[in-house]
Design a protein around this ligand. Structure first.
Ligand code: ATP
Length: 355
């Protein structure tokens, strides 16, 4: 396999809309932050120390079964263009901050379907992550932990008996685990309940972030919810707690959808129909408008108001309309207007399947 195949494939595993609760929980993610003992954290690495750090990590990788069986590939960022790195961000496989440099000692390890990956020298030396469709936190944890065990058998991690895994940011010390779910909550948003509910979630030890993680905006009614605290709870407890809150939110969103269908049937169908109409006929459309209208169409599909397009296709489309994916498709650099025109074309091609 090749890292670039994953970057250029339209589909990665988390886009599978048929997973458990996949109509509301788009994806689940587990990431484990790990660092090497006696090596400065990534933000303190100069070129020489960075190269040394990468060499140790590469050596460990080459011993791992996943690498030896050709299931995972490591690529450093000096071998990936800025567009390639941005496409990885748009597919949720690396963070926006990680994509910023073309450093030869920063990089990514990926498996073929994008479910398992590791960011190298992002905020920590290793950020092992598993990303699966729907509500699959336990499955994500099992896969990420398996990879962690393989690496730990080759590497000496920075670990303190009392504190747990040591990390660049104190908020990750302990388990180094962030568990998260990407939720699509249009009914909650339409009924004006999001702020109150998100405030309550904060009191339960969860944090809500935007579409691309820390410091990014919520768009298209997609909310990323994750644990705030990484210490004082086991990995299993963190996952169980997040899962329980997610199930409650899913139930609430479903109830609100049902209520909308009864109380505001015509308004709802009108909103969804108009969204589909604009998306099918617009010649130029910006990213935020497209995401917001695609959210309405997605709601229409999930509620059986619109037929003929699969949730998979919509998950794929949400990524395909992002700037780097559009430019890759067009095989040229485009300004904002050029991208808005291309975005409208890409959406129309995909929506032709809808009756
Ligand atoms: N459940 C999820 N589904 C899809 N993508 C996700 C999910 N959770 C996180 N991501 C993606 O992972 C990347 C990193 O997200 P985020 O910044 O929230 O987490 P982190 O790097 O693990 O946390 P931190 O920076 O606080 O240590 C982002 O690109 C984000 O889109």
């Amino acid at each position: 396999m090749n890292v670039k195949d994953v970057i250029y494939n339209n589909f990665v595993t988390w886009m599978d809309g048929d997973a458990e609760n996949g109509d509301i929980v788009i994806s689940s993610r587990i990431r484990l932050a790990r660092n090497l003992r006696e090596i400065p954290f990534p933000h303190l690495l100069d070129q020489a120390k960075g190269e040394d750090c990468l060499k140790i990590i590469k050596g460990a990788w080459q011993e791992s079964p996943a690498y030896q069986q050709g299931q995972m590939e490591l690529e450093t960022f000096d071998h990936l263009s800025s567009l390639d790195r941005q496409m990885l961000v748009e597919k949720h496989l690396i963070s926006p901050g990680h994509a910023e440099t073309n450093s030869s000692f920063r990089g990514v390890v990926l498996n073929q379907d994008g479910s398992l990956s590791t960011m190298i020298n992002e905020e920590d030396h290793l950020r092992i992550q598993c990303l699966l469709p729907g509500l699959q936190l336990d499955e994500c944890y099992t896969l990420a932990q398996g990879l962690d065990d393989e690496l730990e058998s080759q590497l000496e991690y920075a670990f303190d008996e009392r504190r747990g895994y040591l990390t660049a940011c104190p908020t990750n010390v302990g388990t180094g685990l962030r568990a998260s779910v990407m939720l699509h909550l249009p009914a909650m948003q339409m009924t004006g309940q999001t702020n109150q509910i998100l405030q309550n979630i904060g009191q339960l030890g969860m944090t809500v972030r935007g579409l691309y993680g820390e410091g990014t905006e919520v768009a298209g009614n997609f909310f990323q919810m994750s644990n705030q605290i990484t210490m004082g709870q086991t990995e299993e407890e963190i996952c169980t707690h997040l899962r329980a809150i997610t199930v409650q939110l899913v139930e609430q969103e479903r109830l609100l959808r049902e209520r909308l269908q009864v109380d505001l049937k015509y308004q709802l169908e009108d909103k969804i129909g108009r969204a589909y109409g604009i998306l099918s006929h617009a010649r130029i459309i910006n990213s935020n408008e497209a995401l917001s209208l695609l959210s309405d169409v997605r709601l229409g599909i999930d509620m059986g108001i619109l037929q003929g397009i699969k949730p998979n296709d919509l998950n794929e489309l949400v990524v395909a309309i992002r700037p780097a994916h559009l430019q890759k498709r067009a095989e040229e650099e485009m300004d904002a207007t050029g991208r808005d025109i291309k975005r409208a074309q890409v959406i129309q091609e995909k929506l032709q399947g809808i009756q």
